[in-house]
Ligand binder design. Structure first.
Ligand SMILES: Cc1cc2nc3c(=O)[nH]c(=O)nc-3n(C[C@H](O)[C@H](O)[C@H](O)COP(=O)(O)OP(=O)(O)OC[C@H]3O[C@@H](n4cnc5c(N)ncnc54)[C@H](O)[C@@H]3O)c2cc1C
Length: 475
């Protein structure tokens, strides 16, 4: 084997196993493993606070796995790569593909520039089960509806790759010009991250541990119980998948193996289809790169949104007076995560009951979620808004009282995040303003003082939303 010096550029694939680009780089000879922080290029979608916090710890974990040989740089990726190529006598640059529009634009430019310099440039599929251009309809256009995309397109295409092994004995270069992870200033100056720490273990090993805990405790009954935020039936793999500490292929094949062995086919099918929704989000972003900023269905461009800074603030801070909404928004603030069912409830409340544009919700989630993901976040906000591809119809408006009663029937989740209501009887937990005075008093609740009164009337706001929708439909 000739010793070729290859840069392996880590991005959203912070792992050693099932990493096709890294494996190939290691097979070539010596590897310069690098991470570049290039905020300017991501422009308005530069990483939010919670994601930065995660990234800091994830890079530390990766650096440990590489025996301290991860090299860190800041600045324009193109400039950094060109300098490294000169100073380290590099022959090739490899990376796994990302699908954010700014990444696609930069990667294309970098590939063209480096090829001119006679540097071998190769990119690989490290983060999707099926790449967006592989799955098309018979007429060569892209799918806009999930079920045919997933069932006819993906499942009838080539099955997802069997996970690749970790490269053995990688020969890594440590560049003495590398900055430290600390120099990236990813941690907040005010230590709000301390409250999130107990909820997460970060890094490749932790991601696999999480997957196995989920398979043992959560896959069985996933189909039904994944809707209940206090049950252990969701994997919480989303931040690990976003940062690529684990690949979707690893999750897919491990789940298949476990699911078949334990005869839980329906639950397995449902879990795999959720990984399919992640694929669909990336697929939509690839084929409609304006997804984070423009309505997929242009009829929503005329929607008469309202804006009220006080209502937005109450929603952000979990002070709406609707306990399941407040529980979700506080879960987000405290842990950097929110259960999927509750994400749908709080998003519907913001868009439909408060009448506020989905962009404001998208932005808040972008800053607060540890799994903030351009594809999944924008596709999901548009799904709830009704403006997306294959979206929930606009007139489907979640009722936060009924949703709370149905999906948190004993109130475990809501009481945990809204402790000022912990003593209120179940009957009134999701609508405390309906409780008689003596019940409130016995529970230590003073509405408007210890817990807010509802900031909006559900029925009136629902009617207003439906009228606004009719108006924009008729334009
Ligand atoms: C308004 C809104 C915003 C969202 N923003 C994000 C986001 O920024 N990042 C993100 O990863 N997910 C987002 N989601 C999707 C979903 O809520 C999360 O992926 C899920 O809650 C993660 O929890 P989990 O890992 O336990 O999921 P599980 O139920 O265990 O599912 C396994 C994996 O499948 C994928 N997945 C599941 N549901 C969806 C979905 N509806 N869309 C796309 N992928 C899905 C995730 O990668 C997830 O880790 C959003 C949903 C809504 C309604």
């Amino acid at each position: 084997m000739t010793d070729k010096r290859t840069i392996f550029w880590f991005r959203q694939d912070l792992r050693l196993s099932d990493n096709p680009g890294l494996l190939e780089a290691a097979r070539n000879g010596t590897v310069l493993p690098i991470y570049i922080s290039d905020d300017a290029s991501a422009a308005e979608f530069k990483m939010g606070g919670a994601s930065k916090w995660w990234l800091h710890h994830s890079l530390n974990s990766l650096n440990e796995s590489l025996d301290g040989k991860l090299n860190i740089y800041k600045g324009s990726a193109k400039d950094v790569l060109q300098t490294l190529i000169k100073t380290n006598t590099i022959h090739a640059v490899y990376w796994n593909r990302c699908f954010e529009p700014s990444r696609i634009r930069d990667d294309t430019e970098i590939k063209a520039e480096l090829t001119k310099l006679d540097i071998e440039c190769k990119s690989f599929n490290g983060s999707l089960l099926w790449e967006p251009w592989e799955v098309l309809k018979k007429d060569n256009t892209y799918y806009k509806v999930f079920t045919p995309f997933y069932r006819n397109g993906c499942l009838s295409a080539k099955p997802p790759r069997i996970p690749l092994p970790k490269p053995e004995n990688i020969k890594c270069i440590k560049d003495d010009k590398s900055q430290s992870i600390h120099d990236l200033n990813l941690l907040p100056t005010i230590p709000w991250d301390k409250k999130m720490e107990p909820y997460w273990e970060i890094g490749e090993d932790a991601a696999h541990k999480k997957l196995h805990t989920f398979l043992e405790n959560g896959l069985q009954d996933y189909k039904e119980c994944r809707n209940y935020p206090s049950k252990p039936n969701t994997s919480r793999l989303s931040p690990h998948l976003h940062f690529g500490e684990i690949s979707p292929n690893q999750a897919w094949h491990a789940a298949q193996h476990y699911g078949h062995a334990h005869g839980v086919e329906n639950d397995l099918d449902c879990f795999l289809s959720e990984l399919g929704w992640r694929e669909f989000s990336y697929y939509l972003l690839y084929h409609f790169p304006d997804l984070p900023v423009k309505n997929f269905q242009s009829k929503f461009d005329h929607f008469p949104w309202q804006f009220d800074a006080n209502l937005l603030k109450a929603w952000q801070h979990g002070q709406t007076g609707y306990p399941i909404v407040d529980a979700g928004m506080r879960e987000l603030w405290q842990t950097g995560y929110m259960h999927n069912r509750v994400r749908m409830i709080v998003a519907s409340f913001l868009i439909k009951n408060l009448g506020i544009h989905w962009h404001y919700g998208e932005d808040w989630f972008w800053d607060c979620l540890v799994d903030a993901d351009l594809a999944s976040n924008s596709a999901s906000w548009q799904w709830v808004a009704g403006s997306g591809a294959d979206a929930a119809p606009y007139f489907r408006i979640f009722n936060p009282i009924l949703q709370g009663e149905k999906f948190d029937p004993d109130g475990t989740y809501t009481r945990h995040f809204v402790p000022e209501l912990k003593n209120i009887p179940n009957k009134y937990l999701f609508s405390p303003w309906k409780a008689p005075e003596h019940a409130l008093k016995a529970s230590g609740v003073v509405l408007g003082t210890t817990y807010p009164k509802p900031i909006v009337n559900l029925e009136q706001s629902r009617d207003r939303a439906l009228q606004a929708y009719q108006a924009c439909r008729n334009i």
